[in-house]
Design a protein around this ligand. Sequence first.
Ligand code: AMP
Length: 214
Amino acid sequence: MKIIMLGAPGAGKGTQAKKIAAKYDIPHISTGDIFRANIKSGTDLGKKAKTFMDQGLLVPDELVVDLVVDRVGQDDCSKGYVLDGFPRTIPQAEALDAALAKVDQKMDYAINVEVPDENIIQRMSGRRACVDCGATYHIVYAPTKKEGICDNCGGSLILRDDDKPETVQKRLGVYHEQTQPLIEYYTDKNILVEVDGTIDINDVFTEIVKVLGE
Ligand code: AMP
């Protein structure tokens, strides 16, 4: 089962992607996580990506397409995978489709987690990330047991630069302009699934499972 998660930044697509990956035992591939890992370890890719990410801009297509095409070709992806944060532009979607077509494959579902902008801004300002392991929390919706301390590894929590209100506004603008057209793209391919992302996290997942099957 090959799945794409669509939705604005902060819509909760990462949370749902992780739940899907666990239930169906397929890899969760987050391009945002891949870039953050590269930034942390100081690679060239990380250095290049950071300049765009910190401004709320998309990393150029050429830095992300090969990385994903290569990743989905690895052995652990043979049963499928869930892509979180990719594609984010029409050229990325076309490049993915072209790469899959070469091996006689295509995506099965594009799940759009729909949340209005007002809710997104409120959600993202409460988001906190661990400086050490990258785990994410929310001060209201997913708090840590001890304030400011990661449940996972004991690291300190911060508001990521790309979650700051001015950057969130910018990211939403970029989303509407560059990523939202993918909804029509996948509607035309008959694989779009719309879910309401404003309801409880577990209820969103129940809706997704209804479509993907038990
Ligand atoms: P995310 O964690 O998915 O919200 O991604 C964080 C940031 O990484 C985004 O705001 C972009 O700057 C960059 N990024 C992640 N995935 C992509 C992609 N598919 N194309 C371009 N930039 C990306």
